[in-house]
Design a protein around this ligand. Structure first.
Ligand code: NAD
Ligand code: TDX
Length: 343
């Protein structure tokens, strides 16, 4: 692996106590040990310092809000690179209460952009496939970097807003930023409100897995390490001002097939799950065309096709089985909240 940092390079990671940010911290410590890492995280319900426990003595951890201008000004002034993961990230929560999404995803990103502009620092902004809206189930197309934005939920519309802010700051103020839009991630340290860890921890808690509606919806699943390898490549070789789509070509499995796979891999019958209320405004299909990232930057995901997804799921099942301390205390409260909505 080529190291593109020297021992003086400082990286500020926002949302580093969350799922993808936490995995990014571990990935960076392992593959790019020359970075000096600072994490800023508000520790909302989704942040968990236990995720960072193994590396806490090797990083600087700051509990704080990305909307706090003074704090962000100070932290950005002291770093070389900002990788911006922090967000309110769950669609179902955004349907219950959109405000934290507007605040963190839009005002928080604005606050970071202003500091990056002031101190002329390199920024990479993490975004999602959901900004493009959805495709019909029988639509063979995939999202590309030029697909129009058409978000459906309060979550995805605030992420779309944050992407627009980044582009405007690049064009109007010349900041040194790149953006990536990635598909649905899975892997260790993912909050148990999300689809895959919810089902794994349901089975581990003797609760039946819950499928929204008919389960025909398709998500283009990617292992979190593949997402994070792409982010490092963009930091290393990405063109300033450009956007990169990240996806591992797993858009051939629908939610029903994923839940069946989990049931089978965990030694249950394929049909060991129940249907629950559908999500209002549920996006049907996401599919990503990551040719630009593959052709221009040479990216290759490790967990691809059915075997890759199966291997990634098996490793994820193992992780939740062996790390009950990380999730068990929250399980009943998460399920109670879902049950109130018939989910
Ligand atoms: P997550 O909810 O697991 O983690 C988000 C983290 O941000 C938490 O640690 C939380 O405490 C922190 N945070 C929230 N508000 C904050 C604030 N105001 N100030 C500081 N910290 C704050 O989310 P995730 O799944 O790890 O997603 C990370 C990023 O990746 C988000 O920007 C999300 O939009 C994007 N993304 C996620 C996926 C996915 O499948 N999970 C896919 C594509 C893109
Ligand atoms: O219990 C469930 N049953 C179910 O069928 C849950 C929690 C979800 N689902 C369905 C809804 C979706 O079609 O599974 C699919 C995945 O749901 P989520 O894990 O909530 O993910 P999604 O809404 O697709 O958004 C995710 O990917 C894009 C992340 O949460 C976002 O942060 C990211 O931007």
């Amino acid at each position: 692996m080529v190291l593109y940092t020297n021992s003086m390079t400082k990286m500020l990671i926002t949302g580093g106590a969350g799922f993808i940010g936490g995995n990014f911290v571990h990935y960076t410590r392992k593959h790019y040990p020359n970075y000096q890492l600072t994490v800023i995280d508000k520790l909302t319900y989704a942040g968990n310092t236990r995720t960072l426990e193994p590396v806490m003595d090797k990083i600087e951890f700051v509990q704080g809000d990305i909307c706090d201008r003074e704090l962000i000004d100070k932290l950005v002034s002291e770093t070389d690179i900002v990788v911006h993961f922090a967000a309110e990230s769950h669609n179902d929560n955004s349907l219950r209460n959109p405000w934290p999404f507007v605040e963190t995803n839009i005002i928080g990103t604005y606050t970071i952009l202003e500091a990056v502009r002031k101190y002329n620092k390199r920024l990479h902004h993490i975004s999602t496939d959901e900004v493009f809206g959805d495709l019909e189930l029988d639509d063979p197309n995939r999202f590309t970097e030029t697909t129009s934005y058409n978000p459906s939920s309060p979550y995805s519309s605030t992420k779309a807003g944050s992407d627009h802010l980044v582009r405007a700051w690049v064009r109007s103020f010349g900041i040194q930023a790149t953006i990536s839009n990635c598909s649905n991630n899975y892997g260790p340290y993912q909050h148990i409100e999300k689809f895959i860890p919810r089902q794994i921890t349901n089975i581990l808690s003797d609760i039946k897995p819950k499928l929204y509606g008919t389960g025909e919806q398709v998500r283009d699943w990617i292992h979190v390490d593949d997402h994070n390898s792409a982010v490092h490549l963009i930091l290393e070789k990405g063109v300033i001002g450009d956007t990169y789509i990240i996806g591992a070509d797993n858009d051939h499995v629908n939610n029903k097939q994923v839940i069946e796979m989990i049931c089978e891999l965990m030694g249950k019958g394929k049909d060991f799950y129940e249907h629950v209320n559908d999500r209002p405004g549920h996006d049907m299909r996401y599919a990503m065309n990551s040719s630009k990232l593959r052709n221009e930057l040479g990216w290759q995901p490790q967990y691809t096709d059915n075997d890759g997804m199966k291997n990634g799921l098996l490793a994820t099942i193992d992780w939740y089985t062996n790390n009950r301390d990380w999730w068990q205390a929250e399980k009943m409260a998460v399920e109670k909240k879902y049950a109130e909505q018939g989910q």
